[in-house]
Design a protein around this ligand. Structure first.
Ligand code: ADP
Length: 750
């Protein structure tokens, strides 16, 4: 027996040595460190025990025992740390320190075994057969240390059993099972020795056999199940450190692996799921989330699941589900949505403000321009009449005409500023739409040059036009916007030129012949001999509200919006605008616009000396209709007076109403040929009044055309009012030509 024990001791020492070397060769992680610590502790005890087995007297035996305990006091702690690490549990640092201090405390009493008598109360060296032994009775520290070791054994068993049950990876499961057997062997041998359950335990520390079995099993765990394989440990570590949750199911949809983040997302993974219901529910959640593209919400976090089928030899052996934590992304998106909502709200508030502002300013301008028109008509009449006039009256008349022209100029200027602001806000809101149609190029150029020639001549500037005769006469595009852009640039040239000439050249980039339905690039070049633009100001030129050389240009009216709007409009039309300038000498603007050819017929010789261009002809009504009856509805009495005055020469019979209800009363009594309806009125607005007129019982005006007349010129107003049921739309300030034209159209139809 003695020999058997010696042999097993040698084997254990060799085994422990081998495991220690293995740990050293795979050095790197905490697991290796703790296992190495464990082996060294065992090794020290085993080597000392070998000495004890050869002791001939008590002194030698006790000295060897003290050396052995240098290792043995650490065995329980080292094993617990190792098992905890293997099972992925962290033992708090302070607990490790307390346990270490306690072990050193115990060792102190072992070193002073004989004097303190707190570890062994009594002891006596006896040679039992061949076995040197030291029967003893334990002291207080001995029992404390035994209890602590039993506690360690309990913790280790608990951890390894829990890990074994939880583990889905088959290899890891087997490895944990092996370690569990190793621990059982060690615990059993300890219990057998402590309670002397077999006769051998009286003469020999059976834990040595326990260690031997434990060591052999650890070797199996290390070699067969790659317990210390750095690569697989690293892979596990890396996979656990991912922010993504990883869950692997086999072909039968049984979970075979998951990483730490997955466990924290789905704690049910740790539960034993014999029926498979929990797993199935979880997988169903994944599949429906993947199908619908919706994320999964868990514990305040948002995860996006993805499924990757795992294939081997063409058949599916399982599925890898990955769940990325996209909470930050969704939070960011949520924030963006919120910011967008706030921005939209602010934008709506801005639009509303612009609509109000536009309305509030346009209403008085309407009156100013309208009555100014009346003043000018009255002056024309008096001037044209043959009544003799005194020189003073003639002079006063001339002055009044001039003042009226000035009022008209200033009013129109104010209007164009409001229009610019509205245009810019439309563009910014992305609500500026192009309205493309076939147009006559000559008409467009006449419109433009007529207006500019007048302004240039007023300033004493030359205005030269050069239009290629071969240009097609009819094109397809947004004539209104082209006119706006070209007039804008030409107006600038006139504004910023004190003497010299302004040139307008119109060409096509492509050579003739032009083909119907083909695109051509219409190129306008506007050159002036004006003040020019400094090099450093060139890049500011097209910015909103950007005016250059403010001191120098302070007397020139402008908002700094013209070029910004022009550039936006040109780019909306698919074209480009460029500027070149020599400071002090003049500037050249080029605008290229792609347009579709509708009629190839050449435009021919274009003479800008258009008849009566820009000159104010004395007013003459474009039609008269004494039999037609018109109702004008507006809550501003001044406007009613104005419309009546403006239409006086048409001889229309005009009734007025200053509210929706009065309009309804009049409509019940009279049949009108046409109704002009203001939109914004207190109590009942224009739309409501129009609808009531249309549905009036026995009403005489259910079919009468109703024209919306409003100062509300904001984005899409026209379309909105037509969609509400109005027959036409007129914006204030009323332009007499437009008003007469519209009335003529609808009255003719009546
Ligand atoms: P504004 O209403 O001030 O004319 P624009 O946007 O049309 O606004 O022009 C911006 C600025 O560019 C002007 O204030 C002016 O300083 C400069 N500018 C534009 N056209 C010319 C030009 N033909 N010659 C010199 N300066 C010009």
């Amino acid at each position: 027996m003695y020999e058997f024990v010696l042999v097993s001791l040698y084997f254990t020492i060799i085994g422990l040595f081998a495991v220690s070397m293995f740990c050293l060769s795979k050095w790197g992680g905490r697991l290796q460190t703790y296992l190495f610590f464990n082996c060294v502790a065992h090794l020290v005890y085993n080597c000392a025990y070998l000495l004890m087995m050869h002791a001939k007297d008590q002194q030698t035996y006790v000295t060897a025992l003290k050396i052995g305990y240098l290792g043995r006091v650490w065995v329980g702690l080292a094993m617990t740390l190792f098992v905890a690490e293997l099972c992925g549990k962290q033992i708090p640092r302070f607990l490790k320190i307390i346990a270490g201090v306690f072990d050193m405390f115990v060792y102190f009493f072992i070193l002073h075994l004989e004097s303190t008598k707190l570890y062994y109360k009594k002891m006596e060296f006896v040679i039992n057969g061949d076995f040197p032994t030291l029967p003893h009775s334990g002291g207080a520290i001995y029992y404390c240390f035994t209890l602590l070791n039993l506690f360690y054994a309990y913790v280790c068993m608990h951890l390894i059993i829990a890990a074994f049950v939880r583990e889905k990876n088959k290899t890891a499961k087997k490895r944990n099972l092996t370690v569990m057997f190793a621990l059982i062997a060690m615990c059993l041998s300890y219990i057998i020795y402590f309670f002397k359950l077999i006769p051998l335990a009286r003469i020999f520390d059976t834990m040595i056999i326990g260690y031997a079995i434990c060591t052999a099993l650890m070797l199996i765990a290390i070699i067969k199940y790659k317990m210390l394989d750095a690569t697989s440990a690293a892979k596990n570590y890396a996979v656990d450190e991912l922010s993504e949750g990883i869950i692997v199911v086999d072909a039968d949809d049984q979970v075979s692996y998951y990483n730490k983040p997955a466990l924290s997302m789905f704690p049910q993974l740790a539960q034993t799921d014999k029926t498979g219901v929990l797993t199935q529910r979880m997988l169903d959640d994944f599949e429906s989330a993947i199908g619908s593209g919706e994320p999964i919400k868990r514990g305040g976090r948002i995860y996006t699941p993805r499924a990757n089928p795992l294939m081997e030899n063409g058949s599916r052996i399982g599925t890898l589900y990955s769940l990325s934590d996209d909470s930050e992304h969704y939070r960011y998106m949520e924030e963006l949505r919120e910011q967008k909502r706030i921005a939209d709200q602010a934008n709506r508030a801005k639009s509303l403000f612009l609509a109000n502002m536009s309305h509030e300013i346009r209403t008085p301008i309407n009156a100013v321009l309208g009555f100014n028109e009346m003043i000018s008509r009255e002056c024309d009449k008096v001037t044209a009449s043959d009544d003799p006039k005194s020189p003073a009256v003639a002079e006063a008349l001339g002055n009044i005409e001039t003042y009226s022209e000035n009022i008209g100029g200033a009013g129109n200027n104010l209007l164009s500023i409001i229009n610019s602001i509205l245009d810019l806000s439309k563009i910014e809101a992305g609500k500026m739409d192009l309205s493309e149609d076939t147009y006559n190029l000559k008409t467009l150029l006449k419109d433009i040059t007529g207006m500019i020639r007048f302004r240039a001549e007023e300033k004493g500037l030359g205005f030269v036009t050069d239009v290629a005769e071969s240009l097609p006469s009819e094109l397809y595009g947004d004539m209104v916007r082209i006119r706006q852009v070209i007039i804008n640039i030409l107006t600038n040239s006139v504004k910023y030129t004190d003497k010299g000439t302004v040139w307008l050249t119109v060409r096509a980039k492509e050579a003739e012949p032009y083909e119907k339905d083909r695109m051509l690039t219409l190129s306008f070049t506007i050159r002036d001999t004006g003040i020019g633009i400094r090099k450093e100001d060139m890049q500011k030129l097209f910015g909103s509200f950007e005016r250059l050389e403010l001191e120098r240009n302070s007397t020139i009216e402008g908002t700094g919006l013209g070029l910004a709007i022009s550039r936006q409009l040109v780019s909306m039309m698919g074209g480009k605008i460029e500027a070149q300038s020599e400071y002090g000498k003049g500037s050249t603007f080029t605008i290229d616009l792609p347009q579709k050819v509708v009629e190839c017929e050449p435009i021919g010789n274009f003479s800008s000396k258009a008849e009566n261009a820009g000159k104010n002809e004395p007013y003459k009504a474009s039609f008269t209709a004494p039999d037609a009856k018109v109702l004008v509805v507006d809550d501003t009495k001044l406007n009613l007076k104005l419309v009546k005055a403006l239409l006086r020469d048409t001889k229309l019979a005009i009734d007025t109403a200053d509210s929706g209800s009065e309009a309804l009363e009049l409509c019940a009594q009279n049949a009108y040929d046409l109704i002009l309806m203001d939109q914004r009125m207190p109590n009942m607005d224009g739309t409501e009044t129009m609808k009531q007129i249309r549905s009036q019982e026995n009403g005489q005006n259910r079919e009468t055309p109703v024209i919306c007349m409003t100062a509300d010129a904001i984005i899409g107003s026209r379309e909105r009012y037509l969609a509400e049921g109005f027959d036409d739309y007129l914006s204030k300030p009323i332009k007499i030509n437009e008003l007469e034209q519209t009335l003529k159209e609808h009255l003719n139809g009546a």
